[in-house]
Design a protein around this ligand. Structure first.
Ligand code: ADP
Length: 373
């Protein structure tokens, strides 16, 4: 049986392990928090820092393969392990490019992949010289997560909100839709595309709010998005599962916002709504099995359950029983003991042929199921 390790023990690791239970594989997790969502679902748990060279190297050296559930890991240790014969999904070279937004933007540029125009600023003084580039979006090169490393700079007064560190300053796009496309690619280069999803964001928290699958796109936009997503992923020359986040602007142009080289929030609905989920697919890739069927079984909406404003501490779910009575709703709670405002605590997927039904149920679920302390 192959021994496969996961760096990170959050909800993505947890759902990956739920899918692992269907396959002959021995699972390992490295994570600092012994009470993390994935801690109790793996065969072997190691407490340690995924950003630390020795912790990652020692964790990985006896294993057949490693994967990640977050990009912010020690890539040097993964490179050494890869050189010593441990398979890494995705390849460390991809992680290096993606975890730094400057390198990521340069990657799109080098491969002629459409992405908003940008310049690099190394500190606030350099940013102050770029008034004429506004309105723009300032994105910190390393360490940003879930919207925390992103500032919208509309006017010169906003410049003070920018980052005093190497960052990307990107032209602000007049966004019509934000979409995401999951792409799977195996070790022989075969690919499978999931239907694209369409996202709506909570403007205050900047976290994914709810998401419709399939996205409502005309055929032309859909083919553009598919071609771009495939090209982004193929050029990495690495097996794995990827989420390519894109903007469709008011002119119908499609451009890449960013790519995640792993299972992603925008693929959670695939657990119930598609034949092979993003997590199932990841095991198929790592275990050398045929790629799964990415078709949607039914249209869906996925709602993130995020910690309610004003509550921090031991979580209590309000409205859970009521939501569990909805027959076409699938509830996932991530097993986090503590809630805080904006923390991703779970998600619910609703499936139906009728868009009105999806919208009605998702709004009801959002109002009913609340994570409080
Ligand atoms: P994160 O990695 O933190 O999710 P993103 O790069 O996805 O950061 O940016 C977060 C959000 O900011 C996007 O979903 C989008 O709504 C907005 N945004 C990012 N880049 C641009 C842009 N160039 N133009 C307009 N809005 C943008």
């Amino acid at each position: 049986m192959l021994k496969i390790g996961i760096l990170g023990g959050g909800q993505l690791g947890r759902m990956l392990l739920q899918a692992a239970a269907n396959y002959p594989v021995e699972t390992f997790v490295l994570e600092n928090d012994t009470e993390c969502p994935a801690a109790h679902l793996c065969h072997h748990f190691t407490k340690g820092d995924i950003k630390d060279f020795d912790a990652v190297y020692n964790f990985g050296k006896g294993l057949d393969a490693l994967t990640i559930e977050i990009e912010n890991v020690n890539v040097e240790a993964l490179e050494k392990l890869e050189a010593e014969g441990v398979k890494v999904y995705p390849k460390p070279s991809v992680l290096k490019t993606i975890k730094n937004k400057i390198l990521q933007k340069q990657y799109y540029q080098q491969h002629q992949l459409p992405s908003p125009a940008f310049i690099i600023t190394n500190n606030l003084d350099e940013l102050k010289q770029q008034e004429s580039f506004l309105p723009a979006v300032h994105k910190i090169g390393e360490g940003g997560y879930d919207g925390k490393g992103v500032q919208l700079l509309r006017t010169k007064e906003d410049i003070a909100k920018g980052f005093d560190a190497p960052s990307v300053l990107e032209k602000m796009v007049d966004i019509h839709k934000e979409i995401a496309q999951m792409v799977a690619i195996n070790s022989t280069g075969e690919t499978a595309l999931y239907p694209p999803v369409e996202m709506l964001f909570d403007p205050t928290l900047n976290l994914l709010d709810y998401q419709l699958c399939p996205a409502e796109l005309d055929e032309k936009t859909k083919s553009k998005a598919e071609a771009i997503a495939l090209s982004v992923v193929r050029n990495f020359k690495s097996p794995g599962i990827f989420a390519v986040e894109m903007f469709v602007d008011k002119n119908g142009d499609v451009m890449v916002n960013e790519t995640a080289p792993r299972a992603h929030n925008s693929g959670h609905h695939t657990i119930e709504a598609n034949y092979s989920s993003q997590f199932d697919m990841q095991w198929r890739i790592m275990l050398g099995y045929p790629l799964g069927n990415t078709d949607a079984i039914l249209p869906s909406i996925m709602v993130n359950i995020i910690g309610a404003e004003g509550f921090s501490g031991d979580v209590k779910y309000e409205g859970l029983e009521e939501v569990l009575k909805i027959e076409n709703a699938f509830v996932h709670l991530y097993g986090k003991k503590q809630t805080k405002p904006g923390r991703k605590m779970g998600h619910v997927t609703i499936m139906s042929k009728e868009k009105q039904e999806l919208l009605h149920q998702s709004n009801k679920i959002k109002r009913t199921l609340v994570a409080k302390a």
